[in-house]
Ligand binder design. Structure first.
Ligand code: PLP
Length: 427
């Protein structure tokens, strides 16, 4: 059979992945994709909540491309509009009428955004948001939280560690001074935040967090924690920056800020906004965006806000706006998944840490003796499930992202598969 990718090679996933390593360094174009893999999947196609690999296996996917697909893969409502835009020129490097439509929809749906800029990825938008916060405040220090991932730019790719001091740079090749202007404390540690403000309040340009921690398992903010960040940043003249790359349009229409009623000074949105297209945005009040409105701060990008990406944004956000009960529906799917997975884990006599907000959920097997996440056990479970036709990420910190394409029956299949796999891996 010939696909749009060319003739089928007859290679197994394993052989194709090994072959890829000769051409693509590490076999992947994002380190995140290689983490924890025991048995690789090389994709042929995806639609709804299913991916098909090059061997012809079909898997129910609950990772769903790390979160952008609220309506499932290849949603016809969105893809039709993107395809039409390709036919009308998808990139001219000039302002386009779609800019107004897409920006207007973001501003309408996200409480903290009046004006914005579009970018190509969460990393770019976050890097630009930090730079803007520094331009607005004339300060440099940024407070971050352990486990919160803010992309891979030079000043934000940090190692773990949250003792209130500077974290170590997160990867080989970063300049030693990369974290010179970054502090880090544990998530939900109010006393540690208060100490940082007491010691450095006048130096802080920004406090940055995911309003729901989604990159280290799903961990909701403690009652009053986001309010504390809002109050302290306000009192000390720092900006509160919410990284809603995951939570934006996912946990509620207006993201974490709508769900928890705490409006930041700067917001970064990305994944669910573009239905899988590489697009992100950062924005805030008219006043906060002023350095960019006057071109004093610098943000650019040949492909930033290209017409195809913004068509994806406009189509996705219009669909979100029109779908009255969307978040009730997504929460129902999430609640069903949480209950069924909990049943499967309990039924197997195992223990797990499950976190969930709406359709975003994390499942991590734990060691019953220590309560710590059992990374190796999780990977074995993942592989056993994958062989049976269910895909979730081999790293337990990576959430499940459910969509309107997941039926109750799909979720039941996932839970039954987990039961069988747990029985197998216990042997
Ligand atoms: N911020 C959060 C919360 C993320 O989860 C991610 C990516 O997963 C990023 C930022 C980086 O976004 P990107 O990979 O589009 O650069």
């Amino acid at each position: 059979m010939t696909t749009i990718d060319g003739p089928r090679t007859g290679l197994s996933n394993q052989a194709a992945y090994a072959d890829l390593h000769g051409f693509v360094a590490g076999g992947v174009s994002s380190n995140m994709r290689a983490r924890g893999i025991i048995e690789p999947i090389v994709v042929d196609s995806a639609s709804g909540c299913r991916v098909r690999d090059i061997e012809g296996n079909e898997l129910i996917d609950v990772n769903m491309g790390y979160g952008p697909h609220l309506f499932g893969y290849a949603d016809p409502d969105v893809t039709a509009q993107i395809a039409a835009q390709f036919g009308r020129g998808h990139m001219t490097g000039l302002p386009h009428r779609i800019d107004r439509e897409a920006a207007g929809l973001v501003a309408e749906l996200v409480p903290g955004v009046e004006r914005l800029r579009f970018a190509n990825s969460g990393t770019e938008a976050l890097m630009s948001a930090v730079r803007l916060a520094r331009a607005v405040t004339g300060r440099t220090l940024v407070l971050t939280f352990e486990g919160h991932y803010h992309g891979w730019s030079e000043t934000l790719l940090r190692s773990r560690g949250g003792d209130g001091r500077r974290p170590a740079p997160g990867a080989a090749g970063m300049i030693p001074e990369a974290m010179e202007h970054t502090l880090q404390v544990p998530w939900n540690d109010a006393a540690a935040v208060e100490k940082v403000f007491a010691d450095h309040g006048a130096e802080l340009a920004a406090v940055m967090c995911e309003p729901v921690l989604a990159n280290d398992g799903v961990v909701v903010p403690d009652a009053g924690f986001l309010e504390l960040l809002r109050r302290l940043t306000g009192e000390h003249g720092a900006l509160l920056v919410f990284d809603e790359v995951i939570t934006g349009f996912r946990v509620a229409r207006g993201g974490g800020q709508e769900l928890y009623g705490v409006v930041p000074d700067l917001t970064v949105v990305s994944k669910a906004m573009g239905g899988g297209f590489p697009v992100a945005a950062f924005g805030g009040s008219r006043e906060v965006m002023e350095p960019l409105a006057r071109y004093e701060a610098f943000h650019a990008g040949v492909y930033s806000g290209n017409h195809a990406a913004l068509r994806a944004v406009a189509a996705t956000l219009a669909k979100i706006r029109a779908a009255g009960a969307l978040y009730t529906e997504l929460d129902g799917i999430g609640a069903h998944a949480e209950a069924r997975v909990r049943e499967a884990v309990d039924g197997a006599g195992r223990t797990a840490r499950i976190g969930r907000v709406g359709s975003m959920m994390s499942v991590a097997l734990t060691d019953p003796a220590t309560g710590e996440v059992d990374e190796a056990g999780h990977r074995l479970l993942q592989t056993a499930c994958q062989r049976r036709g269910v895909y979730f990420h081999p790293v337990p910190a990576e959430p499940w992202f459910l969509s309107t394409a997941h039926t109750r029956q799909d979720i039941d299949t996932v839970a039954e598969t987990i039961s069988e796999a747990l029985a197998e891996t216990a042997r």
